[in-house]
Ligand binder design. Structure first.
Ligand code: HT9
Ligand code: FE2
Length: 403
């Protein structure tokens, strides 16, 4: 956060001693992981829900959307593509840093990646996580996974792992959504020329729902960011940036005014809630929001999955199957905007974040430009004590001041 009292702010580039060893000798791409065959679905789901004692019969109910895709989640291939794109960008910039990849819930696991790094002689890794926001599941749990990987491999004394900052408001992460929203609104106008977008259309920014109790603890304890914590505030900040920017370009020749795009109404909605229905999670669910909008006269929706970096199962099933069917059944024109994937701006932005840390190392008070498009950013390079607290109690975690 760039507030003067707390977090780092934009500064001038430090003169780094060219003789000093680089603070990191490899990049570790960290992700959720997913099954790649019918026989992998249940073991994967047992991993995801480890410690919650959920019986296989209940997991089999959750498994149905994986089963419908042959048991294969696209997420691992998407991370193979992202790893290759990062390697290409590093080479284009003349940065000799290898990229390793490991997951929380499926092969290749983080422990495998850490062993591979150690065997190759790497000792100081910089983690890039495929998750842009602050909450237990999207940040601290990955930090715990990194600590567990060093513990499992017995390499905690020999290797050090830091993590790039949460990049929700980094230009590289936001740009693909700005382009996607603009294109989807213009497609809507072309498909439904008699619509007045500012009256008849609605943009639904959607993200993964989480328990309300976890949301209110997202972000550092010092920052009072409202009832849904840093998680809600960060997502709203991204939506505001996208709507302002989607309209801020000349769309001369498409018959509409740029200002009109920026004036289309929008809201933040949630998807993929699970667990005990009596436990409050962030709402409204996207399907309820769509039905509600249709009843109020909305004619078209644009669905923007700002909570994810790739079109994985929670996008392909929960949005492209379920939410789009809800929209169709309600008689709405619906468009779904793609996630960043390997969009050049996103790949380049992730390497910009790596270069920030090559310049500053573990110290996030070091003077350095840290591009951030919202007043909440730039977020901390090093997570603050108590940030995104684990609802099931404290566990060792890396890449934080309390690591
Ligand atoms: C915030 C968040 C992200 C975004 C940040 C990030 O990207 O990490 C995310 C990503 C993902 N979530 C995913 C899948 C699942 N999430 C589950 C369960 C849960 N997710 C939660 C939150 C999040 N999840 C929570 C609070 C739970 C309840 C259990 C718990 O408290 O931990 C379950 C268990 C079944 C169920 O309970 O629904 C599954 C199968 C996949 C893989 C998709 C694929 O395979 O392509 C991905 C990328
Ligand atoms: Fe999830």
């Amino acid at each position: 956060m760039s507030t003067t009292t707390e977090g780092p702010g934009p500064h001038t580039l430090p003169d780094r001693d060219p003789q000093a060893p680089a603070p990191y000798d490899a990049i570790l791409l960290v992700s959720f992981g997913g099954p790649e065959g019918q026989d992998e679905v249940l073991p994967f789901l047992r991993n995801v829900t480890r410690g919650r004692g959920i019986p296989d019969e209940r997991l089999e109910e959750v498994a149905h959307h994986y089963r419908a895709f042959g048991g294969v989640s696209p997420i691992n291939d998407q991370n193979r593509e992202l790893k290759a794109a990062l390697e290409g960008e590093l080479a284009a910039r003349g940065l000799e840093l290898p990229v390793l990849w490991g997951n929380r819930n499926w092969d290749p696991y983080l422990a495998d990646a850490v062993r591979e790094a150690h065997a190759a002689g790497h000792r100081r890794l910089l983690a890039v996580v495929t998750s842009a926001y602050s909450s237990y599941s999207s940040c601290r749990q990955y930090r715990e996974d990194l600590a567990a990987a060093l513990d499992t491999t017995g390499l905690a004394g020999e290797m050090h792992i830091d993590k790039v900052r949460q990049y929700f408001d980094h230009p590289g992460f936001v740009t693909p959504f700005v382009e996607g929203v603009r294109e989807a609104l213009l497609r809507t106008r072309d498909a439904q020329p008699d619509l007045d977008l500012t009256r008849d259309a609605h943009v639904l920014f959607v993200t993964h729902s989480i328990p309300t109790a976890t949301a209110v603890q997202s972000g550092p304890p010092v920052a009072d960011l409202g009832p849904d914590g840093a998680y809600g505030a960060q997502h709203r900040a991204v939506a505001e940036i996208v709507m302002a920017s989607a309209g801020g370009v000349s769309d001369v020749g498409t018959g509409g005014s740029a200002a009109q795009l920026a004036a289309v109404p929008w809201s933040l909605v949630y998807q993929s809630r699970s667990g005990d229905p009596r436990t409050p999670w962030l709402e409204p669910d996207i399907n309820d929001a769509i039905t509600d909008l249709a009843e109020k006269g909305t004619k078209a929706v644009v669905i923007v999955p700002i909570g994810f970096v790739s079109d994985h199962m929670e996008v392909l099933w929960d949005l492209d199957e379920e939410a789009m069917t809800t929209a169709k059944d309600a008689g709405l024109h619906a468009e779904r905007v793609p996630t960043p994937g390997v969009h050049q701006a996103y790949v380049s932005g992730l390497i910009d974040l790596v270069q920030e840390r090559l310049a500053t190392g573990p110290d996030d008070t070091a003077p350095h430009p840290r591009p951030a498009l919202s007043p909440l950013g730039p977020w901390y390079d090093v997570c603050r004590p108590g940030c995104c607290a684990n609802p099931r109690g404290d566990k060792p975690a890396l890449a934080g001041l309390d690591a």
